[in-house]
Design a protein around this ligand. Structure first.
Ligand SMILES: NC(=O)c1ccc[n+]([C@@H]2O[C@H](COP(=O)([O-])OP(=O)(O)OC[C@H]3O[C@@H](n4cnc5c(N)ncnc54)[C@H](OP(=O)(O)O)[C@@H]3O)[C@@H](O)[C@H]2O)c1
Length: 322
């Protein structure tokens, strides 16, 4: 089968389109023939840094398509089922084997491309806002990187829960595009200080929850924008800035800081989190939550596609098609 593989970590140029051995299907697994591969923020990190278990290595979390093989010990999945599949690697390929428990049936009416974008972005956003953040109706949330995959999911989920939604992005046109998703106030962090904007919007009270996928100095500022007893959720390190957090920052408003790592949630609380993602897939299929696809590249253009995501010009997800 064809795959976009890497032999070393590095910039998108390390991705090579090659013939690799077909995926084997161990007990408990299914093989999924990919129709669409979502390029996730985490895929860029996994390409750029981290240990490679073996080479050639196929990066990528999420793909969606049709089950073509079912191994012993699998219940509830059959050849021909349309599913979304998640694993630590292996998505940038025409085919992959994944544990059956790491697949979700694609509801009728939902195409594979949009389905592929759901589990990590929406699952992570849900865990941040509600499981870690206890966001409730009438509260205020600040969502960083609102125009990213996790950000757009979080804006919609927070709005449906009845929260006031503030979001940041690097330019005004992206913020304008976020309004129909439920963003109440957009903050262009290049022009404005987001702490001041949050305080102005909340009459000096601060946000109840901040979803921070940037880290570094941004995380310190996120905590400074919290209300008394507010919760900052750290979920990503997109800013690649190594400033360390001074714990005293949390004292001012008796704030708390929570980490969320979606694979841990799915591993440790599998039944709840798997069911949550299935419910979100069904909500997307009904048209009540939106997934935006910015562009689709052929799998052999994986390097170009990663470069395009890094350029931060995309509004919504970028897909690969085998
Ligand atoms: N912990 C977990 O379980 C988990 C799960 C999913 C994702 N994540 C992490 O969460 C982050 C967001 O993921 P995603 O899939 O939403 O990513 P994405 O769709 O690629 O969006 C990332 C957004 O971050 C913003 N950004 C701000 N500073 C940036 C910088 N220095 N470099 C690049 N982008 C920057 C960009 O928007 P602007 O240009 O508008 O600022 C960009 O659109 C990533 O760091 C990812 O690794 C973590």
């Amino acid at each position: 089968m064809k795959a976009a593989v890497i032999y070393e970590n590095g910039d998108p140029g390390v991705l090579r389109y090659e013939e690799v051995p077909d995926a084997e299907c161990p007990d408990g697994c299914v093989v999924v023939d990919a129709e669409a591969i979502s390029i996730e923020g985490g895929d860029l990190l996994a390409r750029a840094t981290g240990q490679l278990p073996a080479v050639p290595h196929i990066v990528g979390y999420l793909s969606a398509g049709t089950v073509s093989e079912v191994a012993a010990g699998v219940e509830g999945r059959a050849v021909g089922d349309r599913v979304v599949a998640l694993n630590a690697g292996g998505s940038h390929a025409a085919r992959r084997a994944v544990p059956a428990a790491m697949t979700w049936p694609i509801p009728a009416g939902l195409d594979a491309g949009r389905a592929a974008c759901v589990p990590v972005a929406f699952g992570t956003a849900y865990e941040c806002l509600f499981t870690a953040g206890n966001l409730a109706e009438g509260q205020t949330v600040l969502i960083h990187a609102g125009a990213g995959g996790v950000g757009m999911a979080a804006i919609q989920l927070a709005k449906r829960a009845g929260a006031r939604v503030l979001a940041t992005a690097s330019d005004d046109s992206r913020l304008e595009q976020l309004k129909p998703f439920g963003m109440d106030v957009g903050i262009n962090y290049k022009d404005d200080d987001f702490v001041e904007k949050v305080m102005a919007d909340t009459n000096g009270r601060g946000a109840d929850v901040v979803l921070d996928s940037i880290a570094g100095k941004n995380l310190t500022r996120s905590i400074q924008s919290l209300s008394y007893g507010g919760r900052a959720i750290t979920v990503g390190v997109s800013g690649r800035d190594n400033e360390k957090l001074d714990p005293v920052t949390l004292w001012r408003s008796n704030s708390s800081l929570h980490g969320v790592y979606f694979p841990s949630s799915l591993d440790r609380e599998h039944e709840r989190v798997h069911a949550q993602v299935q419910e979100i897939l069904e909500t997307v299929a009904r048209g009540e939550l939106r997934v935006v696809i910015d562009r689709v590249f052929a799998l052999e253009q994986a390097a170009q596609a990663h470069r395009y995501v890094l350029s931060r010009r995309a509004f919504g997800r970028v897909l690969l098609r085998p």
